[in-house]
Design a protein. Structure first.
Ligand code: SF4
Ligand code: SF4
Length: 175
C-alpha cells in the first residue's frame, strides 16, 4: 500500500490483498476509508479528462441556468399548477359537489338569491389539491398559478367570491 502525504486530490489505493480499496482524502483532517466493491463496479476516482471537462464548461456557458432569481424575479409556474382557487359565479348551479369532495372543509357555497351563489374559500384550510376543480361539472372553479398567499392574520385568508349580477361577471373577491 502506498502512503500519500500532502496530495492535492483524492487518492485511491487499489493494491490491497482483498477486494477493497483505500480512499484517502488528504488535508488537515485526513479521511481514510476502505471501500469494498466488486472490481467491475469500482467508482472512477480519476479526474475527468481535461478535454471532456472543457466541453462541459463551454456547454454550460451557453445553457440557460436551471435556477431563477426568485423572489427578485417573478416565479413562472408551470401550466396546471394548483395554486389559489378562484370562482366563476355565473357558471355555478349550487350543487355543492365541491363542498362534499373537499378534504379539508375549505370551501363553502351559499345560495344568496335565485340561481345566485356565493363562494367562500378559506386559504388557510385549503391544501391546494384542486379536487373541487375536478369535482365541479360546470367549471365554476379554477386553479390559478398564484401561490404567494401567506398572511399573519388568519381572517384575511377567507376569500369571498360574490355572486354574479350578470353572466360573464367573473365575481368580485373580497377578503
Ligand atoms: S362550484 Fe361547481 S361543484 Fe361547487 S356548487 Fe358550484 S357548480 Fe357545484
Ligand atoms: S383545492 Fe382542495 S382543499 Fe382547496 S378548496 Fe379545493 S378541494 Fe378543498
Amino acid at each position: 500500500m502506498h502512503h500519500v502525504h500532502h496530495a492535492d486530490h483524492i487518492r485511491a489505493h487499489e493494491d490491497r490483498p482483498d477486494d477493497g480499496f483505500l480512499l484517502e482524502i488528504p488535508g488537515t483532517l485526513s479521511i481514510c476509508s476502505i471501500i469494498y466493491r466488486p472490481r467491475s463496479e469500482r467508482i472512477n476516482t480519476q479526474m475527468i479528462r481535461p478535454g471532456k471537462m472543457l466541453k462541459q464548461v463551454l456547454d454550460s456557458i451557453f445553457k440557460k441556468p436551471a435556477t431563477t432569481k426568485y423572489p427578485l424575479t417573478k416565479a413562472n409556474m408551470p401550466d396546471k399548477f394548483r395554486g389559489k382557487i378562484i370562482f366563476h359565479p355565473e357558471r355555478c348551479i349550487g350543487c355543492k359537489l365541491c363542498m362534499k369532495d373537499c378534504p379539508s372543509g375549505a370551501i363553502e357555497i351559499k345560495k344568496v338569491g335565485d340561481k345566485q351563489f356565493e363562494c367562500e374559500i378559506d386559504l388557510g384550510k385549503c391544501i391546494y389539491c384542486a379536487q373541487c376543480v375536478d369535482s365541479c361539472l360546470k367549471k365554476a372553479l379554477e386553479a390559478t398559478k398564484e401561490f404567494e398567499l401567506a398572511s399573519l392574520q388568519r381572517d384575511t385568508l377567507k376569500v369571498v367570491y360574490k355572486a354574479a349580477d350578470t353572466p360573464g361577471d367573473a365575481g368580485k373577491a373580497s377578503q
